[in-house]
Design a protein around this ligand. Structure first.
Ligand SMILES: NC(=O)c1ccc[n+]([C@@H]2O[C@H](COP(=O)([O-])OP(=O)(O)OC[C@H]3O[C@@H](n4cnc5c(N)ncnc54)[C@H](OP(=O)(O)O)[C@@H]3O)[C@@H](O)[C@H]2O)c1
Length: 315
């Protein structure tokens, strides 16, 4: 019997239920994927809690967007993948499950053999978002990027993409994560009172671009203080307020949907990260794994806000 995590009302992690689901059958253009690993993203908790709109009506709602697994059935008209193929599912409809139905197409990527299941499932939202936001901000050689939230899954990916683009990256994190950020090529700095002065001391010639992946008032205030050009400040967390500050935002509560170009960049970022990771040129840190049935515990850890790297569920 197949299983999935669902919720029927918004609330804390305890609203997540581990339930039996009917075996999936693929419709035209679809495939069924036996999920080997599913990434836990903060958006999952925000949808569960109701912080991001996902109104519940009492019926069971599936959860999770990032999965990796094996194709077990293909529907009519599918010739791009076959039963037995190992794939990464981007924008999965309910990745927290033993199986998921996915559309055959660009959002079903081949899983490189060199990537294990947990890392393959960890790629989607974080690497796509990091690549798109770093690229949309035009980060390039000669830039000094101030990155808020450098130790998270998006932050670690953003450091690696920005360093690859030739930029200097100053990334915020708590002290215990500084060594990790430095290993990825960033200059770590502690967040908290005095941040702007610490960044000024590290970058006497100034900061040219800032990306907020933390969502704190401090991240926004320090970015506004240090970066003159507001077109070169972006947030992926405080999208609802970004227009008022005159800065850029991509999702994260923004009323403006991603453009086709931004969506294409997100997919390109995932493909690039998977290829680089397969050849050892991109590092994906796994913070921990949980059995699928313990998704609520994974959400408790994620909701606490200090996961370094990625949490992954294993069905
Ligand atoms: N707009 C989008 O499309 C989009 C896409 C993906 C993610 N997001 C959002 O972006 C944020 C980051 O996502 P994620 O997947 O990277 O989350 P994550 O992996 O759960 O990030 C947790 C990290 O945040 C750091 N952190 C916590 N408070 C901080 C602060 N005040 N200043 C700096 N760093 C702080 C923690 O580092 P320390 O332990 O060192 O504090 C921890 O490593 C989330 O809010 C998420 O919802 C938005």
């Amino acid at each position: 019997m197949a299983h999935a995590i669902v919720y029927r009302s918004n609330g804390g992690p305890e609203v997540l239920e581990f339930v039996e689901i009917p075996d999936a059958t693929p419709g035209e253009g679809q495939v069924v994927v036996a999920v080997r690993a599913a990434g836990v993203n903060p958006i999952d908790g925000k949808l569960r809690s109701g912080m991001r709109p996902a109104p519940t009506d009492g019926s069971a709602r599936r959860i999770g967007s990032d999965a990796a697994g094996v194709v077990t059935a293909v529907g009519a008209g599918v010739d791009s993948v076959a039963v037995g193929d190992e794939v990464i599912v981007v924008s999965a409809a309910g990745a927290y499950a033993t199986e998921v139905v996915a559309k055959a197409g660009p959002k079903l990527l081949p899983k490189p053999a060199e990537l294990d299941w947990t890392r393959a499932a960890a790629l989607g939202i974080p690497t796509g978002t990091a690549y798109q936001s770093v690229t949309s901000l035009g980060v390039t050689a000669g830039d000094t990027l101030l990155l808020h939230g450098g130790a998270g899954a998006v932050g670690q990916a953003a450091i690696q993409f920005a360093v690859r683009a030739g930029a200097r990256v100053i990334a915020t994190a708590s002290e215990r994560n500084h060594e990790r950020l430095a290993a990825l090529g960033a200059t770590p700095v502690a967040y908290g009172a005095g941040l702007a002065d610490r960044v000024r001391a590290l970058a006497p010639d100034g900061v040219t671009v800032a990306l907020d992946a933390a969502g704190s008032d401090e991240a926004i205030a320090v970015s506004l203080e240090l970066v003159a050009d507001r077109d070169r400040i972006g947030t992926i967390v405080r999208g609802g307020e970004a227009a008022g500050w005159g800065i850029r935002a991509w999702s994260g509560g923004s009323p403006i949907p991603l453009t086709d170009e931004e969506q294409a960049l997100r997919l390109a970022g995932i493909v690039l990260a998977s290829e680089l990771a397969a050849e050892g040129g991109f590092d994906i840190e796994i913070a921990g794994t949980y059995p699928l049935g313990e998704a609520a515990d994974a959400h408790r850890e994620s909701d606490a806000g200090h996961v370094r790297g990625k949490l992954v569920l294993l069905p």
